[in-house]
Design a protein around this ligand. Structure first.
Ligand code: COA
Length: 307
């Protein structure tokens, strides 16, 4: 787990104070309500924590953040922004959510400034945020504060309710796919390094990820691994973090076999839904999810800025 970022009441001015949630824990449910209400023009529940994307936020979500900056009066919450772990270099900002809206008050701006200040000198170099692609007001707010739109992220979801009643054919498919053991870790790491050459998905290592709650799945081939994937979550709704097929084995149906097996196993483990996010321009992955019965929920634009 990344180091928790401590925000301070440095910017306390007049009646509005900026504090960390740790300093005002009694405001946790008000903060949850602010994130659920979202920013003005909110069209979907765009969360900074991928696995909670599209869901009503909980106090556990706030606990999973690196820090939560609150703007409050002596008694009332006026706005909040959460700092969510993303990578060793980058933090996702969730919010700012403000009861007064984005205009006619400087609270959203002060929250954003304080979030960036809190992240300085912690090793992070940039921030990102996810904005429902139809939320032009929030997008304009971030552009005015130095963010640029990078790519669109599509959120998919699939109900697993009927997937335990598999046909003979799909049971055979699911049998090929199994949960990984530690003996598979080296080969899974090589496969992920090949499938995701530009990202830090192998930091930290797979054993650490499994202690954090990841389940790794593998699709074995002859003497090697054809595909591997990672799923997180233990509630009704699980989250597909990663799925990759070895370069030379792609476009032969292995991705579909692996995903069908994961759906079967996760159904048996009590899952009711499987969600995921994928870059909109990743045509093979989008094609795989559509072919496996996932439905597009909404699209969020990824916006980034230096600290
Ligand atoms: C995404 C990935 C796992 C797909 O695996 P795969 O074994 O190639 O997929 P499949 O052969 O099972 O194809 C499933 C469907 O995806 C679509 N698809 C596969 N390759 C495609 C391509 N190059 N372009 C467009 N659609 C494609 C097709 O709709 C296909 O169904 P069809 O064969 O019935 O038409 C693989 O491309 C991969 O490892 N990519 C790199 C890692 C990655 O981006 N992972 C996803 C994000 S976490």
């Amino acid at each position: 787990m990344a180091q928790r970022v401590t925000t301070t009441k440095r910017l306390a001015r007049e009646r509005v104070r900026l504090v960390d949630l740790d300093q005002r824990p009694e405001l946790a449910s008000a903060a949850v309500a602010a994130f659920a209400a979202g920013a003005p023009g909110k069209l979907h529940l765009v969360c900074g924590l991928p696995a909670s994307m599209g869901q009503v936020p909980t106090t556990a979500d706030l606990t999973a953040c690196l820090g939560v900056v609150l703007a409050c009066s002596a008694t009332e919450l006026l706005g909040a922004v959460a700092l969510c772990p993303y990578s060793d270099e980058q933090v996702t900002l969730w919010g700012p959510a403000s009861s007064a809206g984005l205009h006619g008050t400087n609270i959203p701006e002060r929250l954003l400034t304080e979030a960036r200040r809190a992240l300085k000198d912690t090793g992070y170099t940039s921030v990102r945020t996810l904005v429902d692609h139809r939320n032009r007001e929030l997008r304009a707010f971030f552009i005015a504060h130095g963010f640029v739109a990078w790519k669109d992220n599509v959120i998919f979801e699939r109900s697993l309710r009927s997937d335990l009643a598999l046909t003979t054919e799909s049971s055979a498919t699911a049998d090929d796919v199994r949960l990984a053991t530690t003996r598979d870790h080296t080969r899974i790491s090589s496969l992920f390094a090949e499938a995701f050459p530009e990202t830090g998905h192998l930091v930290p290592d797979l054993a650490t990820r499994e202690r954090e709650g990841y389940r790794h799945y593998v699709l074995p081939g002859s003497g090697t691994l054809v595909g591997a994937a990672a799923v997180v979550g233990n509630g009704r709704r699980r989250w597909l973090k990663l799925i990759g097929v070895a370069n030379k084995q792609r476009a032969k149906g292995h991705g579909q076999r692996l995903l069908a097996g994961i759906i079967h196993h996760e159904s048996a483990l009590g899952a009711g839904q499987l969600g995921l996010e994928v870059l909109g321009d990743n045509a093979p992955a989008v094609g795989l999810y559509v072919a496996t019965g996932f439905k597009r929920q909404f699209t969020a634009t990824i916006m980034t800025a230096p600290l």
